[in-house]
Design a protein around this ligand. Structure first.
Ligand code: AMP
Length: 283
């Protein structure tokens, strides 16, 4: 496995691979890899010849007072996992390489960046869109694989790729969960014992709403109240939002509608913020 840390070297390698007719897949990550990331790397390997995993804890997507400094990092372990899952290249630039002195350009995807996650974390999606654009320019992939775990993020990226005519196909892969339903996240290591046990209520609330929609409930107000009741059993410090949106536009709905609804939530346990979501087919 090749480890590359400069944009120039990564671009030269991508050009060389393309000239050989090889199909490049990229999996952008902030490292501290877990089985969720592993599933994206394996998916990329199934559909591409060469897989690049990017590892960069992107400072511009963290707000002031968020966990940039304490975000977990373990490059040795990450490279072992990436290798085992079939990655060919790790692109691992440092902050200076991505945002050198005098850096001025940012990408703003309007509207979607200021709702739900974007409302709670102002500037977050500006940072995400900017770094993903830069990583796509550096790795020049045919396919980029993201996780459904960050549902709104994948919507922002699809919009950016469409609007700015990036020549890349975006693939979104399903959420990988712990046996008890908690979605895997690099941030789960922050959870203290009691909080880890309480965190199961996120998925329980999503399963509940799925069952209720399947059995015919159509009132979002009613479903949201029921979900919040379940979430509160875990004594969260705060429920940031419980969102019911159309998956195709990420716009809010008041009544469950066909063909699908996406229910997303963000909950805090102490200073740890967890997100999760589910897509329910409605017939
Ligand atoms: P991160 O390192 O948290 O920025 O995540 C990198 C990529 O992995 C993003 O596309 C995430 O959506 C995806 N991802 C994170 N957690 C999971 C999970 N539990 N299942 C599937 N994909 C995930």
């Amino acid at each position: 496995m090749n480890i590359i840390s400069t944009v120039a070297e990564m671009q030269a390698e991508a050009s060389r691979l393309r000239a050989e007719g090889r199909k490049i897949g990229v999996v952008p990550t902030m490292g501290y890899l877990h089985e969720g990331h592993a599933s994206l790397i394996r998916r990329a390997k199934e559909i591409c010849d060469v897989v690049v995993v990017t590892i960069f804890v992107n400072p511009t997507q963290f707000g002031p007072g968020e966990d940039f400094d304490r975000y977990p990092r373990d490059f040795q372990r990450d490279s072992e996992i990436a290798l085992k899952c079939g990655a060919d290249i790790i692109f691992r630039p440092d902050k200076q390489e991505m945002y050198p002195e005098g850096y001025k350009t940012y990408i703003e995807v309007e509207d979607i960046s200021s709702t739900f996650e974007g409302k709670i974390r102002p500037g977050h999606f500006r940072g995400v869109a900017t770094i993903v654009a830069k990583l796509l320019h550096a790795t020049h992939p045919h396919i980029a694989v993201f996780g459904q775990k960050d549902a709104q993020q994948s919507y922002v990226i699809r919009q950016m790729v469409h609007d700015l005519n990036f020549d890349v196909e975006i693939v979104v892969a399903p959420i990988v969960r712990e046996p008890d339903g908690l979605a895997l996240s690099s941030r789960n290591v922050y959870l203290k014992n009691g909080q880890r046990a309480s965190a199961v209520f996120l998925y329980k609330s999503l399963q509940h709403v799925e069952n209720r929609v399947k059995s015919g409930e159509r009132s979002v107000a009613k479903l949201r109240a029921e979900m919040e009741e379940i979430l509160k059993k875990g004594n969260p410090t705060q429920i940031d939002y419980v969102a019911f949106v159309r998956p195709s536009t990420f716009t809010e709905i008041e009544t469950i509608e066909t063909p699908e609804v996406l229910i997303a939530l963000a909950v805090r346990f102490g200073s740890t913020r967890l997100i999760d979501n589910i897509i329910v087919s409605v017939v």
